[in-house]
Design a protein around this ligand. Structure first.
Ligand code: GDP
Ligand code: MG
Length: 441
């Protein structure tokens, strides 16, 4: 993955105080490749890399991060910024007025499906929605909208295929007014390629109906092409927001970055499947890590940065290496883990972790269990905490009584402690050494 590549690029640069131009250039070459691989448009990549480079050169490498992680962090922050930083929602007019939403985009992008998905979302909010069949070129299109409308329990307005889309749109708004409906969604026709008459038709609707949102629906699998499509729609029709579909596929999602950069319009939702419930809010930060192909490693970097006490963890790593890790450290590490949302949360973000190991560690920091474990450790003498091997049955009984737990629980704790100790030794990457919580130097 990219983050591995970056760690590699930077492995000889540990302990540097500042990112030099050479460091940054080396790292950004990898980022550039990753973006192109994710199908971000070349022009956008070039601009983006330049912006990151300007910002990164001369940046301090934070104590808790490696140079590689520092570059990733900057890349990520800039990417999130570029995608709009926060989620944007469709704002409906008050219920006594009519909000008109027009779906636009190429054929097969997902307009009809997404129209029905949106209808469902507004219905849940208590709105009366009217889906409108403005695609008069494919006989199957009207039927498809009717089937989806029925599934959603939303009325579908259609005038067959002998009327002009603009007239259908006007009639639909009238119909909605008459029946106390407050959202009209126009499902329009697409073409396989950008086409003058398609654009004219959309413009004509906009000139005759008060369209609040022109939404461009884009298939995220189309990658580079998506940019041309988007900029043409921006120029010829004007759009207010974008919905990216088919993100459930194996696309890296580079289209999200390109389209946001090219249109300057927010991505409103993302389609995550064929089912009508598969429409989700767009999160720029998640998309950034998807594009960079890093799992949630960024979240991990941030959490580690926020809550790991540098000196503490340094000491602990040393102890683990020497196998001197004792119950006092165990207590301290549990408290640290808790601050980070549990080791389970942390490990689940690491690629390649999972299964039984994780479950075990997660159990160890379960909140309620934590309190009991804390009580047991506090009932130990300092000597016992430092030398768990002296814990014989009579000492264990005393501890159990002190903590108000059953002796079997003390036994379990000791056993778990030994297992953790073993596990920590097997995970040098987690607690020290290269990256992750990473000390440099
Ligand atoms: P339109 O021509 O723009 O109206 O596109 P459709 O709504 O007919 O969708 C084209 C195809 O893409 C259909 O088979 C949909 O089921 C499928 N589709 C739409 N959105 C998604 C999505 O988010 N994920 C997946 N996997 N398929 C989608
Ligand atoms: Mg359609």
């Amino acid at each position: 993955s990219l983050s591995e590549k970056l760690q590699n690029v930077f492995k000889n640069l540990r302990g540097k105080g500042r990112l030099t131009e050479a460091d940054v250039k080396a790292g950004l070459k990898e980022v550039k490749l990753a973006l192109l691989e994710a199908d971000v448009s070349f022009k956008v990549v070039k601009q983006f890399i330049k912006a990151v480079e300007e910002r990164a050169v001369g940046t301090d490498v934070l104590e808790s991060l490696t140079p590689g992680q520092t570059v990733i962090k900057i890349v990520n922050e800039e990417m999130v910024k570029l995608m709009g930083s926060e989620t944007t929602e469709i704002k409906l007019r008050p219920s006594n007025e009519i909000t008109v939403i027009m779906m636009t985009g190429l054929q097969g992008a997902g307009k009809t499906t997404t129209a029905a998905k949106l209808a469902g979302k507004f219905k849940i909010k208590g709105r009366k929605v009217l889906l409108t069949a403005c695609d008069v070129y494919r006989p199957a299109a009207i039927k498809q909208l009717q089937v989806n409308g029925e599934k959603q329990g939303v009325e579908v307005f259609s005038m067959g295929d002998q009327n002009k889309p603009v007239d259908i749109a006007k009639a639909a708004v009238e119909h909605a007014k008459k029946h106390g409906m407050s959202v009209v969604i126009l499902d329009t026709a697409g073409r396989l390629h950008i086409d003058e008459s398609m654009m004219e038709e959309l413009v004509e609707i906009k000139e005759n109906v008060n369209v609040d949102y022109s939404i461009l629906v884009v298939d995220s699998m189309t990658g580079q092409d998506a940019v041309n499509v988007a900029s043409t729609f921006v120029d010829k029709v004007g759009i207010d927001g974008v919905i990216l579909t088919k993100l459930d596929g194996d696309t890296r999602g580079g289209a999200a970055l390109s389209i946001r950069a090219v249109t300057g319009k927010p991505i409103l939702y993302v389609g995550m499947g064929e089912k009508l419930s598969d429409l989700e809010q767009f999160y720029p930060d998640r998309m950034a890590s998807r594009i960079l192909g890093m799992g949630d490693i960024l979240t991990m970097i941030e959490k580690a940065q926020e809550s790991i006490d540098e000196e503490q963890s340094k000491k602990m790593v040393q102890k683990m290496k020497k196998n001197q890790f004792d119950f006092e450290d165990y207590l301290e590490s549990m408290r640290q883990m808790k601050k980070m949302g549990g080791i389970g949360a942390l490990l689940s973000m690491m690629p390649g972790m999972g299964g039984a190991q994780m479950k075990q560690l997660e159990d160890a920091v379960d909140e309620k269990k934590m309190a009991r474990i804390e009580a047991m450790i506090l009932s130990m003498t300092v000597k016992e905490r430092q030398n768990p091997s002296i814990l014989n049955p009579s000492r264990k009984r005393r501890i159990a009584n002190g903590a108000g737990v059953d002796i079997s629980e003390v036994n379990r704790l000791v056993k778990q402690f030994e297992q953790s100790r073993k596990m920590m030794k097997q995970m040098p990457g987690l607690m020290g050494g290269k990256g992750k919580f990473g000390k440099k130097g």
